[in-house]
Design a protein around this ligand. Structure first.
Ligand code: NAP
Length: 288
């Protein structure tokens, strides 16, 4: 059990989960929330409720904030900037990379060591070492508090540019929605022939690992700017996606997702890249 004091500002779904994980790991935890009643379950578990943001900040060298947006962060912290001076501030509030960089600048101007964080899970995943917590910003915060922050989930250090955690976060959420879309489309397709989502998803789980292996290889191609179609060409996949469109049409399945992929592939073929690998399509996204 650790004795590092922690303050958590913001006790919505995520903030409450963060405070709960610190409490579970034995950290003396001070909490504050705009609506004070939300602190009650945490106080019952041993947290100390602060009556003001200033009191909350003064209680710990490590201050964690997780509220709705960066506007709320600044509104809460600007009046207590002097109390925050010399302390470590970790901001798990979601925002844009530009907002994170602006917040880091503001913090540096007040002598506050600032680390931006992105929580890559939902509240039930907080406290699980399999969950990723992305960090970017002042390296001294992770150096001093890695062990404490690790009780929330596995800390992934992205370096000193405070904007990177938010940049990865937005990109990764985009990836998640694309995967959800592909999975739901495919589940609707096989479901039309009576396959249960649960049965199909067991196979999907294995397939995603293979897809991930493909991506690892393609990442090298993207970094090299060369896309040899050694494993499978775009030409072959234009034919293969035709089978998906055909099967979908026969079953009345919405075709917008595969049509989008086909459109991107056709653009690459039209530009003379049909013999390249699928990774070539990164150029289409870059041009947009
Ligand atoms: P939530 O349950 O709606 O909680 C929002 C929190 O922000 C509450 O503590 C709320 O206080 C506070 N708040 C909002 N406006 C405020 C203001 N003007 N001044 C002071 N406090 C204010 O949302 P959440 O799910 O905890 O999300 C919080 C942050 O975590 C968001 O940036 C979200 O994107 C991020 N996040 C959430 C998840 C998730 O799965 N939930 C995952 C990753 C990241 P009151 O209680 O007084 O309303």
């Amino acid at each position: 059990m650790s004795t590092q004091n922690v303050t958590v500002i913001g006790l919505g779904q995520m903030g409450a989960a963060l405070a709960g994980a610190f409490l579970d790991a034995g950290h003396p935890t001070t909490v504050w929330n705009r609506t004070p009643g939300k602190a009650a379950p945490l106080v019952a578990r041993g947290a100390v409720r602060a009556d003001s943001v200033a009191e909350a900040v003064a209680a710990s060298d490590l201050v964690v904030i997780c509220v709705l947006d960066y506007t709320a962060v600044r509104a809460l912290l600007a009046p207590v900037a002097e109390t925050l001076r010399g302390r470590a501030l970790v901001n798990f509030t979601s925002g844009s990379p530009e907002q994170a960089r602006e917040e880091a600048k503001w913090a540096a101007g007040h002598g506050i060591t600032y680390l931006d964080g992105a929580v890559m899970t939902t509240p039930p995943g907080v406290g699980d070492s399999a969950s990723m917590f992305l960090y970017s910003g002042a390296p001294e915060v992770l150096a001093a508090h890695r062990e404490t922050l690790a009780v929330l989930g596995d800390p992934v250090d992205l370096g000193s540019d405070a904007g990177l955690a938010s940049l990865y976060d937005t990109g990764l959420l985009g990836l998640m929605w694309s995967v959800f879309g592909g999975w739901l489309h495919a589940t609707a397709l096989v479901g039309a022939d009576g396959v249960a989502a649960k049965d199909f998803t067991a196979v999907v789980d294995r397939w995603l690992r293979t897809v991930s292996w493909f991506m690892t290889g393609y990442a090298d191609q993207i970094d090299a700017g060369e896309y040899p179609g050694d494993d499978a060409t775009i030409d072959v996949q234009v034919v293969a996606i035709g089978h998906l469109l055909h099967a979908g049409a026969d079953r009345g399945i919405d075709a917008r997702l595969p049509e989008l992929h086909l459109d991107l592939m056709r653009s690459a073929v039209a530009a003379g890249h049909g013999q390249d690998s699928y990774a070539r399509l990164i150029e289409a996204f870059r041009k947009a």
